[in-house]
Design a protein around this ligand. Structure first.
Ligand SMILES: Nc1ncnc2c1ncn2[C@@H]1O[C@H](COP(=O)(O)OP(=O)(O)OP(=O)(O)O)[C@@H](O)[C@H]1O
Ligand code: SF4
Length: 317
């Protein structure tokens, strides 16, 4: 059966492009995984699939198995020091022959691809399948909603009775500016029309976090997403500032956050270490091997817990 083993489906939607939807999808996935949940990311941004680049696995290829396409593993589950659920992803980017190949498809071809992604991928036991969508409400969204409403249900009791995935809801990503929030209202409207519950709004790029002290200053504006959520009567999940660390984490250029960030480097008890400096070896391993603890931005832990809490509270008794 399509989506066999998937328990919850969460859509990540944005009205405008470039507001950080794919980055938010990845960070939510990492945060859910760090809560011990097994997670899949399905990237249906067919014309601009960015998940393969964000997980540092651009050269990975999809394999076929008797049960369907196997998604690409980002990391496996661990139960040791840092318990973590497995993370897999699927994207058109893995199927393109060349990274730079342009995808110029008409609606029916996009619809067919989305159908295939939803019916032919063998996710295995997956607590949360996050779907990264293109911006706006395009052919992809309509195809996705039509398919999901036949393969899953937003009704928790019905999902449990029929062993169907639960269409848990959508997370809306916006920046604080009015031009972005007015577009995200259309996404909220799309959810109402398609009976997809809204889990909440994340206001990304909300203020600027100083790279030295972390102080967040509102260079442009902040709070537009929160006001919009209040006006629409939908939950507000929280804000994420423009943070160099966030950008570098999702683009995989830096060490993950750790508690020892303030440790002194190079000196101990006032005595300089006399270590021979070795030239750094190029490290071409996939990001997941370089950063086994994951590259999760701390603020997302709260978002992940809210989503898990919502699922538990609204579970069919
Ligand atoms: N809070 C943030 N702080 C710093 N950089 C960010 C933040 N959010 C996103 N970015 C950066 O902004 C760029 C665009 O992000 P992303 O690709 O996630 O946007 P998107 O909405 O998915 O775009 P598209 O519409 O093209 O799919 C990326 O380089 C990402 O690293
Ligand atoms: S934001 Fe304030 S504390 Fe941080 S570096 Fe700038 S001036 Fe210094």
């Amino acid at each position: 059966m399509p989506l066999d083993g998937v328990k919850n489906i969460v859509l990540v939607l944005s009205g405008k492009g470039g507001v950080g939807k794919s980055s938010v999808t990845l960070q939510l996935a990492l945060a859910l995984s760090l809560q011990g949940k097994s997670v899949g990311i399905l990237d249906i941004d067919l014309t601009g699939p960015s998940i393969p680049r964000l997980v540092g696995l651009e050269d990975a290829k999809i394999t076929q198995s008797p049960s369907g396409w196997l998604p690409v593993p980002v990391h496996n589950a661990t139960s040791s020091d840092t318990p973590r659920g497995a993370l897999h992803c699927m994207s058109l980017g893995f199927l393109l022959r060349d990274r730079g190949d342009a995808v110029i498809w008409r609606g029916p071809k996009k619809t067919a691809m989305i159908r295939q992604f939803l019916s032919d991928v063998s996710w295995g036991q997956t607590d949360y399948l996050l779907i990264d969508t293109p911006p706006g409400t395009s052919d992809e969204h309509i195809a996705l909603a039509e398919q999901l409403l036949t393969l899953s249900t937003a009704d928790a009791a019905l999902a449990a009775q029929n062993n169907l995935p639960r269409l848990t809801g959508a997370v809306l990503v916006t920046t604080p500016q009015a031009v972005a929030t007015s577009d995200v209202r259309k996404e909220a409207n799309f959810c109402v029309k398609t009976s997809i519950p809204v889990l909440g709004v994340i206001e990304n790029m909300s203020g600027y976090a100083c790279p030295c002290c972390g102080e967040v200053s509102n260079l442009f504006s902040s709070g537009g997403g929160e006001v919009m959520a209040q006006q629409l009567g939908i939950p507000f999940l929280g804000k994420v500032p423009v943070d160099v660390k966030f950008g570098e984490l999702v683009e995989g250029k830096m060490e993950p956050f750790s508690d020892d960030e303030d440790e002194e480097e190079g000196e101990s008890d006032g005595v300089a270490k006399q270590e021979e400096v070795q030239p750094a070896e190029p490290d071409d391993r996939p990001l997941v091997e370089k950063y086994p603890e994951g590259w999760s931005y701390p603020r997302f832990e709260g978002f992940a817990k809210t989503i898990i809490g919502h699922v538990q509270q609204t579970a069919a008794s």
